[in-house]
Write a protein that binds this ligand. Structure first.
Ligand SMILES: Nc1ncnc2c1ncn2[C@@H]1O[C@H](COP(=O)(O)OP(=O)(O)OP(=O)(O)O)[C@@H](O)[C@H]1O
Length: 304
């Protein structure tokens, strides 16, 4: 498996406070990696470190297989574009002027491609309008265009939809999906807006107090979050016999609890269980989604 970014026991310490605590994460090539954690969990710290804006206290990270201490790490970093905290744009300049400025910073030999880049982020028609008069969503898309100016194949976005209105959120989502699917750009997005992230991410890393609590693919997460009925019964073995007899999928959780998948008739099931002298105490529907998964995970739920 090819990783665009991997970190190993990455630690950032401020006096006796660890903003990152032996964090090991892996962003696969082609992924949209959702980096999830509450405020202060350490997301921005990780992003600042991989962008070389801060140094780790210990541990290592690698970009495109090059460890950060290698001499030519700059070559890997050139393949990366990022928005850290707020987009780096000049409000007194137009979208095109902003991109020209960035092309100069990068030492690109010509301004070729600026028009196409503006079209790509949906700012093709903004003409003489200064960034100051853009909506927040437009500014964010201009920030993404600036991050794309070096033609990266790894894009890092720190809270890209924070503060945007619903329309702005949809535009950023569509742009990210387009960059990933049509331009093969791997994306790392930090966010605590889980509903939005769940529409995009192919992989997740959950961070809490500087530690990576779990790394999981969207497919694995979906399987873990499948809609199910949670049954509390007097005898889980009897329940298993009844379910086996009907070819119904289930997971036993304890002597008295099981999660049951698929479609089945509650009355018929309760009667069958009664014949086996098994009482049904509770039946609850569970369909937790990303948010429920996250809360369960941090609350110590069973997801291993
Ligand atoms: N220079 C610093 N000195 C001391 N503590 C710091 C410093 N910079 C960050 N921290 C602390 O490190 C922790 C992680 O901060 P970080 O900005 O990485 O969190 P975050 O997950 O990005 O949260 P947010 O979503 O609020 O940006 C926070 O508790 C923060 O107060």
């Amino acid at each position: 498996m090819e990783f665009v970014l991997s970190t190993e026991n990455l630690t950032k310490q401020y006096r006796d406070f660890k903003a990152l605590d032996r964090l090991s994460m892996h962003v696969e090539k082609g992924a949209i990696y959702g980096f999830v954690g509450r405020n202060g969990a350490g997301k921005t710290t990780l992003i600042r470190i991989i962008c070389a804006l801060q140094r780790p206290t210990s541990g290592a990270y690698a970009l495109y297989g090059r460890t950060h201490t290698e001499k030519d790490i700059a070559l890997s970093r050139r393949r990366m574009g990022a928005i850290v905290e707020t987009p780096s744009i000049y409000l007194d300049l137009t979208a095109e002027e902003n991109l020209r400025a960035q092309y100069r910073v990068l030492g690109r030999p010509s301004f070729e491609g600026i028009g196409a880049l503006l079209e790509l982020v949906g700012l093709g028609g903004t003409g003489k309008k200064k960034a100051r008069n853009f909506s927040l969503g437009m500014r964010q898309r201009l920030g993404i265009a600036v991050a794309l100016a070096g033609d990266p194949d790894f894009l890092v976005l720190d809270e890209p939809v924070n503060g945007l209105d619903p329309q702005g959120i949809v535009e950023i989502r569509e742009l990210i999906l387009k960059l990933n699917r049509e331009h093969q750009i791997t994306v790392l997005i930090s966010s605590h807006i889980l509903d939005e992230l769940s529409r995009l991410a192919t992989h997740y890393g959950f961070i809490d107090s500087g530690r990576l609590v779990k790394e999981i693919s969207a497919k694995e997460l979906e399987a873990a979050c499948r809609k199910r009925m949670h049954l509390e019964v007097s005898d889980v073995r009897a329940l298993a016999r009844v379910l086996d007899g009907r070819n119904i999928e289930y997971t036993v959780i304890s002597d008295h609890e099981a999660d049951v998948f698929g479609q089945w008739n509650v009355t018929e099931m309760t009667m069958a269980l009664a014949k086996e002298s098994c009482d049904v105490k509770t039946i609850t529907e569970r369909d937790e989604g990303l948010e429920g998964y996250y809360i369960n995970l941090l609350g110590g739920g069973r997801h291993e």
